[in-house]
Design a protein around this ligand. Structure first.
Ligand code: SF4
Length: 256
């Protein structure tokens, strides 16, 4: 009896190579753009790995980033931060170079002649409101806190003219207290460009950043983002060719 023939095993077929979604060589240009846009929209840009890569890039580019408002003590930083609203740090520093000689402490500001102080700080803009805030904050620091700038967010927010941004600047820079994340115009713009938030409101942006950043990075992250916003990721025509975060960035107004 002849042996039954063994059935030939079917040769396994090689799996077909998957085409990259949106690969430009396989799709018409418009379709490739749509596919890539879809990927960007569905990926989570706040995942811990991407956030860590952004933080590493900022550490690499700005290891020594710090507050650029000149000050010799926490009280001067309160005044300089109030003056910095709608004004550049360079202009504030020009004004405070003589201002702090004329008004050396909280007592001097609290008892200043308002009309004279208005003239002294006029180059920083909004000088009437800023005079009220400076004199009010100085009086409160003198009368309620024994002449020393308080060290908690709750107390800071009781000072006239002091909101979360100023409080975070002073607590973080002067005392090294991580009370939150400073959200100024640069942090606001860059957090959106880097898709770390979808919000425009600074308070909401701060809450989004607090959720995704390790607390020990809160202070330095703001300094670094502000430096990046001033030097590279400027408002109009960001200098993306010089940016070490370029590969992580999907900003719509990227220039490369
Ligand atoms: S790539 Fe351009 S838009 Fe993105 S963070 Fe860098 S400078 Fe800003």
């Amino acid at each position: 009896m002849s042996k039954p023939k063994k059935k030939k095993k079917p040769t396994p077929q090689k799996p077909k190579k998957q085409k990259k979604v949106g690969a430009k060589e396989n799709l018409p240009r418009s379709t490739a753009k749509k596919a890539s846009a879809k990927w960007t929209a569905t990926a989570d840009p706040t995942n811990p790995k991407r956030v860590a890569a952004i933080l590493a890039g900022l550490d690499e580019a700005y290891p020594n980033a710090t507050c650029e408002l000149n000050h010799e003590n926490p009280f001067q930083l309160v005044i300089s931060t109030i003056l910095s609203a709608q004004c550049t740090d360079v202009r504030v520093n020009q004004v405070t170079a003589t201002l702090y000689k004329k008004y050396p402490d909280a007592k001097a500001f609290a008892h200043a002649n308002p009309a004279e102080l208005e003239i002294d700080i006029r180059p920083t803009g909004f000088f009437r409101n800023k005079t009220k805030s400076i004199m009010g904050a100085s009086k409160a620091i003198l009368e309620r806190f024994g002449g020393e700038v308080p060290r908690t967010m709750e107390e800071m927010l009781t000072l006239p003219g002091v909101a979360r941004k100023t409080a975070n600047v002073v607590l973080g820079t002067a005392y090294g207290i991580s009370s939150g994340v400073v959200v100024d115009t640069h942090v606001q713009r860059l957090s959106n460009r880097l898709e770390l938030t979808k919000n425009e409101d600074p308070t909401k942006i701060e809450q989004d950043l607090i959720k995704i950043l390790p607390q020990e990075k809160w202070i330095q992250f703001s300094h670094q983002l502000i430096w990046h916003g001033r030097r590279v990721c400027v408002a109009r025509n960001p200098r993306c060719v010089e940016c070490n975060l370029e590969k992580l960035c999907n900003a719509r107004d990227k220039t490369v």
